[in-house]
Design a protein around this ligand. Structure first.
Ligand code: NAP
Length: 280
């Protein structure tokens, strides 16, 4: 039914929050789900899935990397007759070696993608690269505020994608025709090194932070020294590998293909987020 809501799983996260805002602005009913959202939803608690999925027209799925139950959830959604599935995945998941020499294209995202493709529900897959918002609300924010960003990213660059663009593509796929069966690789319109990204942040906010490239092995040791479990430290280092290798610098065509416009530039992102760093 046209008045059935769209379920946004991970609706409190970086992309989900913006999907919710955009759907609401369009007058589309939305059900926001996560552990802390109005509709309690937990990837580790199947009992929370059925109530969330009741009578929904479509689902946006943004799951944390550690969620292993996405395929089971997708099967449940299909059983309950949802009309559309839009899955947040990641760039390079089907490319052996993308996340370092030990990556053979068999990560959790690929498993989730396979479940969506096999669901029988019209689907759209989003494969974004590194988010620009990692600097303003994610992994890099505290280091930026502290004035030093240490990463195993070498001198590599990334075409950071604005999460607003990811949300725009998700909303198009959830509400318009023509996106079923599409895999959209999403990036920003140009690549910046970490040092260049921090220089842009300083230009708009006056807050200076420097980038320090740390060799991968040393970086893992540093994280373990800070109390990270070895496996998490290795995983975090491997997701930086495509930046170090220059793979994330390649500009993707997904935003243009899905929306018929250019992707949002990093400078525009920094202007919108400047207050976050000004207060540092
Ligand atoms: N960040 C990037 O640069 C990037 C790039 C490409 C792809 N991705 C992918 O994007 C996805 C989201 O990553 P993110 O780090 O940016 O996270 P995020 O969307 O900012 O936050 C994660 C969301 O998941 C919810 N969540 C966490 N644990 C949950 C649980 N057990 N049950 C239900 N909901 C749970 C959180 O809400 P509550 O805390 O309220 O539960 C939040 O809404 C990941 O799959 C990642 O691989 C990220």
């Amino acid at each position: 039914m046209a008045s059935d809501p769209i379920l946004v799983v991970g609706g409190t996260g970086k992309t989900g929050r913006q999907v919710v805002a955009r759907l609401s602005a369009l007058g589309v009913p939305v059900r926001v789900a996560s552990r802390t959202a109005e509709r309690r939803f937990d990837w580790t608690d199947e009992a929370t899935w059925g109530p969330a999925l009741e009578d929904v027209a479509g689902v946006y799925v943004a799951a944390p990397d550690e969620a292993e139950t996405v395929p089971a959830f997708v099967a449940r959604a299909a059983d309950l007759g949802v009309g559309r599935l839009v899955l947040l995945s990641a760039r390079g998941v089907d490319v052996p070696g993308y996340y370092g020499p030990d990556y053979h294209g068999a990560g959790g995202h690929l498993r989730n993608e396979e479940a969506v493709r096999a669901s029988g529900v019209p689907w759209t897959i989003l494969r974004p690269g590194w988010f620009a918002q990692n600097f303003s609300e994610g992994f890099f924010l505290d280091p930026v505020r502290a004035g030093e960003v240490r990463l195993a990213a070498g001198d590599g660059a990334a075409a950071f994608v604005d999460t607003g663009d990811i949300a725009d593509v998700a909303v198009a796929a959830l509400t318009e025709e023509g996106h079923a069966g599409e895999v959209y690789e999403l990036s920003g319109p140009r690549a910046l090194t970490l040092a260049e990204a921090l220089a842009e942040i300083e230009r708009v906010s006056g807050h200076a932070a420097r980038y320090v490239a740390v060799p991968a092995e040393e970086f893992v040791k540093e994280l373990v020294g800070q109390g990270w479990p070895q496996a998490d430290a290795a995983m975090w280092t491997s997701v930086l590998a495509p930046v170090a290798a220059g793979r994330e610098a390649v500009v993707a065509d997904g935003v243009r293909r899905a929306l018929g416009r250019e992707a949002t530039d990093f400078t525009e992102f920094t202007r919108a987020a400047a207050d976050v760093w000004r207060s540092a």
